[in-house]
Design a protein around this ligand. Structure first.
Ligand code: NZQ
Ligand code: ZN
Length: 409
């Protein structure tokens, strides 16, 4: 096994009945909170009133910043940080999906460092700056997707330069997170699907590229993947079922809390690098949707290039009970069965269905290489060059369009 170091400092409260313990804990972080929310879903559902009642009953004062976009924009984060600074907040309470949680971490960093603009801090920027700390962050995730409720990362978009990339520091890991499946029952089906795809990716990526050295990491990751593969269709059938929502929610937190990679060969997060470049190009592309589009193409590309075929075959065996005498055959069968799963769950599309034209593939590949690679290649079980990235993007064009009508959603 490879050496590793793990630090998971987030206090996790799971379940509706854990509200009391979570809000009591927030008193440790100060007496004035900056609540950060997105485009208003938590207002429309009435959930925000519940949260502010909990704060008020504990004499925790708060100010509210509303309007973080999906794929959060750097300029909005700058505004929110200025607002938090003006109001002398002690900590940040993120109430929303990954975009809100990521924005909150960035805001907490800007306020602590007395800085005004987030974009110079993101990976790949020519005048890259580093942070020295952050205000405490607490989160209440309303999507089952990113695991931002436990991660050190915040992914920031800048539509002005068609860019999207992360900041990442151990001190950005939230201090406390309340995982309440009740708040997930309002999640639209489209966002539910996209989130499930993101969860899978967090375990797929390292499973495929991370070698055979950590059987426990393999079994752990297979458990997360099996849970998602079984739970998603059930949630789509019965979206208001709290127990089912809870299964996806817990899987999402477990998928990117660093345990999933323990003992494996460290790898780049290639699909994520490519997807961030795609949703940087088109900020309306949901992260999980972009990943779902890339999966079959990327897997086929790996087989065509004789990379990690044994790991794809193993995935087929563990997730779908596929066993053949030949690993190439098993890997091909796995890809076909998984494509069908994506199709059945409304996740099977092409990049051009998401307004990413073929003519843009070169430019997007260049961005990914500049930010995540050495500008010539990204290392992922062998080098991946610009031509390779364009090949992967082009393979998505062979996929069937599965546009869902509003009624179906
Ligand atoms: O903004 P509101 O009105 O809240 O609506 C949101 C948004 O439109 C809606 N929504 C969220 N919870 C809801 C709800 N609607 C009804 N009921 C609820 N309970 O869902 C839409 C999408 O939200 P968003 O936060 O953008 O989705 P997600 O959680 O998938 O987050 C995606 C972002 O996280 C980044 C992605 O790149 C992307 O920018 N990631 C962050 C990571 C991290 N910090 O570690 C890792 C991930 O791999 C990922 O890259
Ligand atoms: Zn992700």
């Amino acid at each position: 096994m490879n050496s590793f170091e793990i630090h998971i400092p987030t206090r996790i409260y799971f379940g509706n009945s854990k509200a009391g313990s979570f809000f009591d804990r927030l008193k440790d972080y100060g007496s004035r909170a900056l609540i950060v929310i997105g485009g208003g879903s938590v207002k429309r559902t009435g959930y925000l009133d519940e949260v502010t009642d909990h704060l008020s009953s504990r004499n925790i004062d708060y100010v509210l910043f509303e309007g973080i976009e999906p794929n959060p924009h750097a300029a909005t984060i700058d505004k929110a940080a200025a607002f938090g600074k003006e109001n002398s907040v002690d900590f940040v309470l993120a109430f929303g999906g990954g975009s809100v949680m990521d924005a909150s971490k960035a805001i907490a960093g800007l306020i602590h460092n007395d800085e005004k603009e987030i974009w110079p801090f993101v990976l790949g920027e020519p005048k890259y700056k580093t942070m020295k700390g952050a205000l405490p962050v607490a989160t209440i995730p309303t999507t089952a997707a990113t695991a931002s409720e436990v991660t050190a990362h915040a992914v920031i978009s800048n539509p002005e330069v068609k860019g999207k990339s992360p900041i990442s520091y151990p001190f950005l890991k939230p201090s406390a997170s309340w995982l309440n499946p009740v708040y997930h029952t309002s999640l639209p089906l489209e966002t539910t699907r996209d989130g499930a795809s993101d969860i899978l990716s967090h375990v797929f990526e390292n499973y495929i590229l991370g070698g055979n050295e950590s059987p426990l990491a393999d079994r752990y990751s297979e458990g997360v993947m099996q849970t998602v593969i079984e739970a998603l269709p059930n949630v789509l059938e019965d979206p208001e079922n709290e127990a089912l929502r809870g299964q996806l929610l817990w899987a999402s937190t477990m998928a990117l809390n660093t345990m999933q990679t323990a003992g494996r060969v460290p790898t780049t997060f290639l699909l994520h690098n490519l997807e961030h470049a795609l949703s940087g190009y088109n900020p309306n592309l949901a992260h999980g949707r972009g990943l779902a589009i890339l999966y079959p193409a990327y897997f086929k590309w790996l087989v065509q290039n004789d990379r990690c075929v044994d790991r794809l075959a193993l995935l087929g065996e563990k997730l779908f009970d596929i066993k053949t005498a030949d690993i190439n055959e098993s890997a091909a069968e796995f890809i076909a069965v998984f494509e069908l799963w994506l199709e059945n769950n409304g996740l099977y599309q092409r990049l051009t269905d998401q307004d990413i034209p073929v003519e843009s593939f070169d430019e997007i590949a260049e961005y990914a290489l500049r930010v995540y690679g050495d500008s010539e290649k990204i290392d992922a079980a062998g080098p991946i060059t610009k031509e390779n990235i364009v090949e992967i993007f082009s393979l998505t064009e062979e996929q069937v369009t599965e546009k869902l009508s509003a009624e179906e959603i």
